[in-house]
Design a binder for this molecule. Structure first.
Ligand code: NAP
Length: 434
């Protein structure tokens, strides 16, 4: 049997994920001990209210509201509180006392990851956060370890289940965004306040984490371009479908070429916005609240990681994976693995990102308007690839597809369109991915 002493595990939070982690630690105690080479002793569970109803029956004597004392005596702290404080302060205290930490908190890792990693490196501790992106999907470790010898060029993923559920409903059921959001809330996919999901904040946190890991470069959350799904209309969904396409909210992290005439080294771009994908694209087949992350690396080629992006037991699987791996290192000895930000690549402004766009407009229905509108595109150096025109009552609906053009050029085109007397309104702008 094990000769190594028990490892003291402090669990912070007993909500959807924390209660499942506690259950697994208690139910699978012997098997986990055998895998680690030391028993994992759950010494306490920090909560706000020890009497609150829980998804899992937990031993009352383990629950405490004194999180500071709980953290002080632990070998490994598992943080499943959510939010920035008190999570950040408690983890910094734990690390300062020499503990390793596991967290599923994407908001915290995105906003304060470098601070936590630096603190851990100073004392030889480890910060693990597999569950912070893609729930059950192993994506952090593949980027950090399996692909450590390769050169990742792009990470593109559906990393928010709520918005994927909503867009999927709009396509498959013809629901409006509002109806789809209401169903997502009823089914427990969306929070009472859905802002973090539908405005893209949650996906942007994940883009920060993925881009930093993939390109060995700190990518602050403030440098991630973010657009949510609130601008997606029924007409955009129908337009995509007419062209054999599907709308998805994606996080895209990629290497862009160095600045023309400046630093020749690649730059990093991280962004979140809706895209129109061909229905045959692997990400188009990701339905309901599922997540998938598509990674392209120079030698490995295309890799796709698919699975449940949320859910108590599913997310607990990733947390337990981190816990076992950290506990094994305790038994084996040696310091934690530091974060890798050695590349220190520059960050490209969103305006430098290049994509094909589809712009839908309502214009006055008079001769010469089409040529005038197309002229506005070419004046900005944006070449138009396709035009479709549908006359309506006194107006005309135009859909112009562009060749690849920078976001800066497209922004200039949109400004010129808005100022043009024949343009009644810009109905939608969507980026196309092939
Ligand atoms: P949750 O259900 O809201 O549970 C939060 C837990 O933390 C509760 O037990 C709560 O105590 C406790 N807590 C919160 N603030 C506290 C404070 N100030 N002091 C003491 N206890 C406090 O959250 P969750 O869904 O399990 O999520 C936990 C973390 O996992 C979050 O960072 C989330 O982003 C991440 N995550 C969740 C999922 C998912 O599917 N749910 C997926 C991936 C990642 P009481 O119970 O007493 O109120």
């Amino acid at each position: 049997m094990n000769s190594y002493r028990s490892l003291r595990i402090a669990l912070l939070g007993a909500g959807s994920v924390g209660s499942q982690v506690a259950r697994l630690l208690l139910e699978q105690h012997d098997e986990l001990a055998a895998r680690v080479g030391a028993p994992l002793e759950l010494v306490g569970i920090g909560v706000r209210d020890v009497d609150a109803p829980r998804d899992v029956d937990l031993p009352r004597e383990l629950l405490t509201t004194d999180l500071g004392t709980l953290v002080a005596g632990a070998d490994i702290v598992v943080e499943l509180l959510g939010g920035i404080e008190p999570a950040r302060g408690l983890l910094l205290d734990a690390i300062a006392a020499g503990a390793d930490v596991v967290t599923a908190n994407k908001a915290l890792v995105a906003a304060h990851g470098p601070e936590l990693f630096q603190a851990a490196e100073t004392v030889g501790a480890q910060v693990a956060y597999e569950a912070a992106v893609g729930g059950a999907i192993p994506i952090i470790r593949p980027l950090e370890q399996s692909l450590a010898g390769d050169r990742v060029t792009r990470v593109m993923g559906i990393v928010n289940g709520t918005t994927n559920f909503i867009l999927d409903r709009m396509h498959t059921e013809g629901s409006s965004l509002e109806e789809a959001l209401r169903i997502a809330t009823e089914l427990g996919y969306a929070e009472a306040d859905p802002t973090a999901d539908i405005e893209g904040f949650d996906a942007a946190s994940k883009a920060t984490i993925l881009a930093s890991l993939a390109f060995h470069t700190e990518v602050p959350a403030s440098r991630v371009h973010r657009e949510g799904i609130t601008g997606v209309t029924d007409a955009m969904v129908q337009q995509a479908e007419r062209n054999g396409r599907v709308l998805k909210l994606v996080a895209i992290c990629e290497r862009l070429p160095g600045e023309p005439g400046g630093d020749a080294r690649d730059r990093v771009s991280a962004r979140v916005h809706p895209v129109s994908l061909p229905a045959t694209h692997p990400l188009a087949a990701v339905h309901e609240a599922m997540n998938a992350i598509f990674v392209t690396a120079e030698s490995a080629g295309d890799l796709m990681f698919y699975g449940a992006g949320a859910g108590g037991p599913e997310t607990a699987s990733a947390v337990l994976g981190d816990l076992v791996s950290i506990a094994r290192r305790h038994v084996a000895g040696g310091p934690g693995m530091p974060g890798s930000t050695h590349a220190k690549l520059g960050l490209a402004p969103f305006g430098d990102v290049v994509a094909r766009h589809e712009v839908a407009l309502t214009v006055s229905d008079r001769p010469g308007v089409l040529a005038a509108v197309a002229g506005l595109f070419s004046e900005q150096g944006v070449s138009v690839e396709s035009v479709r025109q549908d006359p309506t009552d006194g107006s005309a609906a135009l859909v112009l597809g562009t060749h690849a053009a920078s976001e800066a050029r497209i922004a200039d085109v949109l400004e010129a369109l808005e100022a043009h007397t024949d343009v009644e309104r810009i109905d939608s702008v969507i980026r196309l991915i092939d």
